[in-house]
Ligand binder design. Sequence first.
Ligand code: SF4
Length: 174
Amino acid sequence: MKLLLHTCCAPCSAAIIEYLLQRDIRPVLFYFNPNISPKEEYEKRKNELDKYTCSIGIKTIDGDYNHELWLNAISGLESEPERGRRCLKCFHFRLFATAKLANDKGFDTVATTLGSSRWKNINQIADAGKSAVEQFPKLTFWDKNWRKEGLTVRRAILLRENGFYNQTYCGCEF
Ligand code: SF4
C-alpha cells in the first residue's frame, strides 16, 4: 500500500503512525488544514507535528495555508452546529486536496487522522473521503476506524509520553 495520510495534528497522528509502521505500512503525511484559525494556532500544530515526524523519520508534505479559500468553501454554512453540514464540507475540502496530491504523486490509498477524535462524526469523514477520491479511479479511501484496536488508549499514552501540545478545539472560528 502506498499511503498518503492526511494529518490534522501530532496528538491524533502518533498512534496511527505507530500502528501503520508495525504493519509495514510507511505513510507519507500531508498536513493540510486551512480551516485552523488563527494562523498562530495553525503554525503551532504544524511545528509540533514536524518536530515529531522528523524525530521518527516520517516524511511530511506541507500544504498551503489559504484560510480565505477555506472560508469560501464553507460559505453559507457558518452557523451550522459542529458535526453539521459545515464539517462535511470542511472534511471534503481537505480530503479532496489530499486525493488530488495522492493522485499526482502516484499513491494508491488515502486516509486521514481526523476520525481519531471522538468529537468528530466518523461516518461524515468516511463519506467525505469516499466522495473525494471518486474522480481518481486509481485511488482508494481507507475508511479505517482509528478508535478501535486499542488506538484510543495508545493515543493518550503517546500524547503523555511525548508531551504534545494538545489543543482543546479543532481549529474552527465558528
Ligand atoms: S468545526 Fe472543525 S471540522 Fe467542523 S467546519 Fe469547523 S474546522 Fe472544520
